[in-house]
Ligand binder design. Structure first.
Ligand code: FAD
Ligand code: NDP
Length: 426
C-alpha cells in the first residue's frame, strides 16, 4: 500500500507547523501536502511544555498552544489541516527513507512517496544510559520533550507535592524545570558538572545572578558534580540520587535534561551532514535537491556569522528556517536566509533574551543586584552578541538591532557606562 504527495514534511513539531502555514499562504493545492508525525497531536509550541504547562494555577493546555501562536500568528487546530486539504498522519513513525526513490516507509509498512521532502525530525533527549547510568526508566524519572513527558511530570508533581525533586543538568531544561518545580512548592536540588549553570551561554557573572535568584526560591545547587547512581526501593522507584562525591539526595522525583541529539539517523548514509545535523544551503536545501531540512536537525549557513554552518536548537530558528524552506520551494526567488540567532527564556518572574553569538570579549553592564542588567560580546571591535534580563519590547528590539548592525565599539569603558543606552541610541 502506498500514497503519493507533491510535498511531505517528515516530523510534526514546531517547524512542521510553521512550514504548513507558509505552504497554505503560498497556495499549496488540496491533497498536495502530507505531514507525518510520531506524535498523536498536530504541531504545537514545544516551549510551552517547560513553562505554562507546568504552572500550578491555570496551566496552559491544548488547544491554546498549537502552532503558530508562539509567533503571534494564526493558531492551527486539527480542523485547520482538514480544511486546507493537508494530510496529517499522526501517531506514525517513519522507519526508513530512500532518498533516491523519494520514498518513506512507516512502521506500519505504508510507503509514502514525494517530489519534495522537508525533514523536520528535530532532536531527541539524551538518556542517562548514554552516560552509563541504569534505572533511567524508573517511574519517577522524567525527561521533558513531548506532551507525554510533560503529563508524566505534572502527575508526579501532583503526587509528591511539597516533596523532594532532583534536577540533573544545568542547561535550558534543567533551569526551566527547576523553576517550575520550585513554583509547585517542591524542594529542588540541581546537579551539574560545570562550575556554573547554563555555561553554553551565560558568563559566570550572569550565571551567578540566576543561581542567587534560584537560591532565594529554595533551590540548592550541587555544582562540579554528577549523578553516580540511583538508590531504588523494592518496586524500582528511585528513593535517592547518589552523586559522584558520595552525597545522597532524597528524591520523590527526578528530572533529567542533559542535552539532545538531532534525529538524522534515517538519512546518515544518504545526505551530507555537518555539526551533527543535515547540512543545507541558505535555502535549506540538502545535498539532494529534492530534500530540505529545517529546525533542530538542520545545519545551515548563518550569514550574520560569515556563513559559518551552525545547527541551532531553538524555537525561533525552527520557525524561520521552516518558513524560508517553503518560500524557497514554492517561490524559487527566496534568496538565502539571513538569520539573526535568537534565544529566550522565562523563569519565575524573570525573562531574558539573547541575540547573536557569545564569542569575544564580554562587557557586562547595569545593576546585577536588582536584576537590571545585560551584556555585550565584542569581537574584532564590533558587537556580535547581546543579552538582556527583563527588557521590554523596545529594549529587546534595540539589542537585536546593534547585533544585526554589528555596531562598532570604540571605547569599552564608555560602552560599559552607557549599557542599554548604547543600543537604544542606535
Ligand atoms: P521538534 O519540535 O522537536 O519536532 C520534531 C518532530 O519530529 C516531533 O513531532 C517528532 O515526534 C517527529 N519525528 C522525529 N522523528 C520522526 C520519525 N522517524 N517519524 C515520524 N516523526 C518523527 N527553544 C527556545 O528558543 N525557547 C524556549 O523557551 C524553548 N523551550 C523549550 C522547552 C522544552 C520543554 C523543549 C523540549 C524545547 C524547548 N525549546 C525552546 C527548543 C524548541 O522547542 C526546539 O528548538 C523546536 O521544537 C525545534 O523544532 P523542530 O520542529 O525542529 O523539532
Ligand atoms: P543543554 O545542552 O542546554 O544542557 C545540558 C546540561 O546537562 C548542561 O548543564 C550539562 O552540563 C549537563 N550535563 C551533561 N551531562 C551530564 C551528566 N552526566 N550529569 C549531569 N549533568 C550533565 O541541554 P538541555 O537538556 O537542558 O536542553 C535540551 C535542548 O532543549 C537544548 O538544546 C535547548 O536548546 C532546548 N531548550 C531550549 C530552551 C530555551 O531556549 N529557553 C528551553 C528548554 C529547552 P555541562 O554544561 O557542565 O556539560
Amino acid at each position: 500500500m502506498g500514497r503519493d504527495f507533491v510535498y511531505v514534511i517528515l516530523g510534526g513539531g514546531v517547524a512542521a507547523g510553521y512550514a504548513a502555514l507558509e505552504f497554505v499562504r503560498r497556495g499549496v493545492g488540496r491533497g498536495e501536502l502530507c505531514i507525518i508525525s510520531e506524535e498523536s497531536v498536530p504541531p504545537y509550541e514545544r516551549p510551552a511544555l517547560s513553562k505554562g504547562y507546568l504552572l500550578p494555577e491555570a496551566p496552559a493546555r491544548l488547544p491554546t498552544f498549537y502552532t503558530c501562536v508562539g509567533a503571534n500568528d494564526e493558531q492551527l487546530p486539527p480542523i485547520w489541516y482538514k480544511e486546507h486539504g493537508i494530510d496529517l498522519v499522526l501517531g506514525t513513525r517513519v522507519k526508513s527513507a530512500n532518498v533516491q526513490l523519494k520514498q518513506l516507509t512507516t512502521t506500519t509498512g505504508e510507503t509514502i512517496t514525494y517530489k519534495i521532502l522537508i525533514i523536520a525530525t528535530g532532536a531527541r533527549a539524551l538518556k542517562l544510559e548514554n552516560f552509563g547510568i541504569s534505572e533511567s526508566d524508573a517511574e519517577n524519572v522524567c525527561y521533558l520533550w513531548n506532551l507525554t513527558d510533560a503529563n508524566r511530570l505534572v502527575g508526579l508533581m501532583q503526587e509528591y507535592r511539597g516533596g523532594n525533586a532532583v534536577v540533573i543538568g544545568g542547561g535550558y531544561i534543567g533551569m526551566e524545570c527547576a523553576a517550575a518545580l520550585a513554583t509547585n512548592r517542591m524542594k529542588v536540588a540541581m546537579v551539574f558538572p560545570d562550575a556554573y549553570c547554563m555555561s553554553r551561554l551565560f558568563t559566570p557573572k550572569i550565571a551567578d545572578f540566576y543561581e542567587s535568584y534560584y537560591k532565594s526560591k529554595g533551590v540548592i545547587f550541587f555544582k562540579r558534580n554528577a549523578l553516580a547512581s540511583f538508590d531504588n526501593d523494592l518496586k524500582g522507584k528511585v528513593k535517592a540520587v547518589i552523586l559522584k562525591d558520595g552525597t545522597h539526595l532524597p528524591a520523590d522525583l527526578v528530572v533529567v535534561g542533559i542535552g539532545i541529539r538531532p534525529n538524522t539517523n534515517l538519512f546518515e548514509d544518504q545526505l551530507q551532514l555537518e555539526k551533527g545535523g543535515i547540512k543545507v544551503n541558505g535555502q535549506m536545501q540538502s545535498s539532494d535537491p529534492s530534500v530540505y531540512a529545517v529546525g533542530d536537525v538542520a545545519a545551515f549557513p548563518v550569514k550574520q556569522f560569515g556563513n559559518e554552518i551552525r545547527r541551532l536548537e531553538h524555537v525561533d530558528a525552527a520557525r524561520k528556517t521552516a518558513k524560508h524552506a517553503v518560500a524557497a520551494i514554492m517561490a524559487r526567488d527566496a534568496g538565502d536566509l539571513d538569520y539573526l540567532p535568537f534565544i529566550y527564556s522565562r523563569v519565575f518572574t524573570l525573562s531574558w533574551q539573547f541575540y547573536g553569538d557569545n564569542v569575544g570579549r564580554v562587557v557586562h553592564y547595569g545593576d546585577f543586584s536588582s536584576g537590571n542588567f545585560g551584556a555585550y560580546w565584542i569581537d574584532k571591535g564590533v558587537v556580535v552578541g547581546a543579552f538582556l534580563e527583563g527588557g521590554n519590547k523596545g529594549d529587546n528590539e534595540a539589542i537585536a538591532k546593534v547585533v544585526r548592525l554589528k555596531a562598532t565599539v570604540n571605547d569599552i569603558a564608555e560602552l560599559q557606562r552607557a549599557g542599554l543606552e548604547f543600543a537604544l541610541c542606535k
